[in-house]
Design a protein around this ligand. Structure first.
Ligand code: SAM
Length: 390
């Protein structure tokens, strides 16, 4: 097996438990290294750090899979990691039929995402491999999911930006079995989605706990679900008793799904394909009892932090202005460069700009099927706060 040796120094994060080894932390990269090759990472003294896989041309050269010396990283090892991850979800996902089964680095499987959905016919999954190292495991993953975990279908949905960095082409294709017609029973609301053609892995599975906690406060009167995607917040607010629900998203495909989902659940939901900022500018101030605002990440890297903060502030101010005094707002951000303190400052600045006050009622996080590894702070990204607007 190819060995990669760290440069001298104790500050390498991989020595503190982080799974990544950056190219500038290595004494050298062997010419023989091919994308996805298994490697043994050693410290500068030659001591064992971990087994992983590597790529010769990416900033993150190696990702650690196993830190115990002498353990074989084979399909039995992979099966055990999958088993552990599933057992964890069974304990923390409160009987849900859809959850993220594998959350990459945070489950000790860098580069791999698996979303699991179960209906009366059995479990299925949407799979994403973001690295050349995980691509090498493709057949083992398919065999395990089918034979050991009894899945009746699985779809590869590998079209994220991460793959470009690894020199991998997009790949969206059935892995095995039935991969048509996806409907999640989302805590009693039926949510259809397009697993192959939709965004990310098809559905955002990180919000369900926030919805469970926040929808009871939101579901009264006239409400808006901004950046609704296929309408999960709006559908839940409608099912829980809101009298008028408007979902807004600029994706025509997502809005078609909102319409289909409203019909599927026999709920009244208005679905608007529009840019949220333009749409909000046309709404009367204080005309909503509650607003949910869950935009895409505006801060993709540290260097666009100031521009991203500015965009969030403008948007959140617009959203808060649309809420009547005494009503509620859910403001969310999936930018991991924004920590809780900066998020609080941002909301305060947005409230000031909107000439409103805001009280924080619930500080929501990503659902527990998206664990946060303390040695991988990047694995925490979602903030979703329920506010009362004054
Ligand atoms: C984080 S997702 C929302 C997830 C959704 N709230 C849920 O719980 O499933 C962001 C959504 O914003 C939409 N979007 C991005 N930019 C937009 C814009 N300027 N106006 C309206 N929708 C936008 C995308 O189509 C995507 O559906």
């Amino acid at each position: 097996m190819i060995q990669l040796r760290l440069r001298p120094g104790r500050r390498h994060r991989v020595l503190q438990g982080h799974p990544w080894v950056f190219s500038n932390q290595l004494a050298g990269i062997p010419d023989a290294l091919e994308p996805g090759d298994r490697v043994e990472v050693l410290d500068s003294q030659g001591g064992f750090v971990g087994l992983g896989y590597a790529h010769p041309n990416t900033l993150i050269t190696a990702r650690i899979l196993e830190r115990q010396d002498g353990v074989e990283v084979d399909s039995h090892w992979l099966a055990q990691r999958l088993e552990d991850a599933l057992e964890l979800r069974r304990r923390v996902c409160g009987g849900r039929t859809g959850f993220r089964w594998v959350h990459a680095e945070a489950d000790g499987l860098p580069g791999l995402i698996i979303d699991r959905y179960e209906d009366e016919q059995g479990p299925r999954a949407v799979l994403t491999a973001n690295t050349a190292g995980m691509e090498r495991w493709r057949e083992d993953i398919e065999a395990l999911l089918q034979d050991r975990f009894g899945l009746r279908g699985a779809l590869w949905k590998c079209d994220g930006r991460g793959r470009q960095l690894e020199g991998l082409a997009p790949r969206v294709e059935p892995a095995f079995g039935d991969t048509e017609g996806w409907v999640l029973d989302d805590d009693g609301v039926q949510v259809g989605f397009d697993a192959a053609g939709g965004q990310k892995t098809g559905l955002f599975l990180d919000m369900w706990e926030n919805r469970r906690r926040m929808v009871p406060a939101l579901a009264r009167g006239r409400v808006a679900d901004l950046f609704s995607y296929v309408g999960q917040w709006g559908l839940h607010m409608a099912a829980a008793g809101a009298s008028e629900v408007i979902c807004v998203d600029r994706s025509a495909g997502a809005i078609e799904q909102v319409v289909a989902n409203a019909a599927r659940n026999d709920l009244q939901v208005e679905a608007v394909a529009a840019d949220v900022k333009t749409w909000l500018a046309e709404q009367e101030e204080g005309s909503f009892d509650s607003v949910v605002c869950d935009p895409p990440a505006f801060i993709q890297s540290r260097k666009n932090l100031p521009a991203g903060l500015h965009a969030y502030r403008l948007l959140y101010a617009q959203a808060l202005r649309a809420v009547r005094p005494g009503g509620f707002a859910v403001l969310a951000s999936c930018s991991h460069h924004l920590d809780d303190a900066a998020f609080a400052d941002l909301i305060a600045a947005a409230a000031k700009a909107a000439k409103r006050s805001a009280r924080v009622l619930i500080r929501g996080d990503q659902a527990p099927c998206h664990p946060v590894s303390l040695s991988v702070p990047e694995s925490r990204y979602l903030k979703c706060w329920l506010l009362q607007v004054g």
